[in-house]
Design a protein around this ligand. Sequence first.
Ligand SMILES: C[S@@+](CC[C@H](N)C(=O)[O-])C[C@H]1O[C@@H](n2cnc3c(N)ncnc32)[C@H](O)[C@@H]1O
Length: 389
Amino acid sequence: MLHSFEQLTPLPALPVVPNSWETSHELRRILQDIFINTPRLAHDVFQTKGNFYQAKPLAKHWGKDNVTVLVNAGLLTTHESGGYMNAPYLITEWADNFYLTDFPDTGHEFEVFSPHVEQHGMVDSLTIGPCCCVIEPFVGSGILLLEAVRRGNTGIGIDMSPRALAFARYNADLNGLADRVEFRLGDIQDELPAAIAEINDRPIVILANPPFEPGGEDRPKHSAAGVDGTDALEAMQKIFSGLPPIDQQKISQIHIVTFSLGRKSKQQNTAASDLVVAPIMAGMAEAFGGQCFLKELRRPSAPLDYIRNIFPNDTGEDQTRVADNIYERGYRGIHLVTVSIYCGSQSINPAEVLHWQPYRNNAFGIGPKIPFETPLHRRTMPRKNALVP
Ligand SMILES: C[S@@+](CC[C@H](N)C(=O)[O-])C[C@H]1O[C@@H](n2cnc3c(N)ncnc32)[C@H](O)[C@@H]1O
């Protein structure tokens, strides 16, 4: 059941303090202290919903002034009894940056997508150096783009949700990155080609964690991506193929994280051997005369088992619904991949290639079946799923 935009809690205004690349927001420094010195309490207050805290113990742990700053910033709510309630936002710390999003699974149509394993995987494997312009279609709360910008790039984020962009701007301000990044409201069909056309002085890198859930018309807009979960990928392919050659040449790398679905179960890498996204990615690589590489962030597994593993914070009902959509469409294997397209003659760092697999050696079952090896892969072996027939 979806709700209207007005039913969502509005984002609080960030208190105005001097803010630049050198001096990030006071609130960020307070959050950093709290997450370092009282990690369990920080998790309780900023990563769980609906808890009450007495005023005195909280002030004792965090300092009275800091608690006041958090209250003024809307990240703690005063309670009539004199204590505090936690805010209706999820606050996540990654690499010393803090990101506000909605909690997962609010049931709201315009829920702002929260950090999941896919952003983590993508950030972990992000190899872009400084001096690029990073453009992120489907930018959401800005996590990927801000991480790329933090490494010395400038950025343009595009999203059709005003609520998502309010969070992205807030997060840019909070982390002292606002002067390097801009956010544009609109459909990627219009805004992505326009942004690419504007940039003439730096190589462009495209990053995307697009919606990629199959089916799920009742799902929040951040995830639903048509019958096979490929609507957003197809839209990007169409945009890239339709760019004038002068704009195509500006793009140096494209990194996309997505589900890959397969029709067979249980065998290792069968999801990859029946990869729904491969032809789309091949089409994108072709538009740029580039090479396309897949990196597996999780080994393939049966859908429900897989969804439970990678979306542990979502409710059971939500996990089952996503998995059902996948089963209904005849898919039995699923895994999470990043797809990287290195455009034109751009050279690739050999150390990186070690862990990457050209899609043609895996996606269509041609060539040796070399198992993927990544640190993530080794940490999380899939559990056996009793629900697969
Ligand atoms: C899965 S969320 C990802 C958000 C962000 N990239 C992240 O990793 O947290 C997808 C986002 O794409 C946006 N979106 C979906 N279709 C779009 C379109 N056609 N044009 C622009 N934004 C779109 C949604 O509003 C949502 O914020």
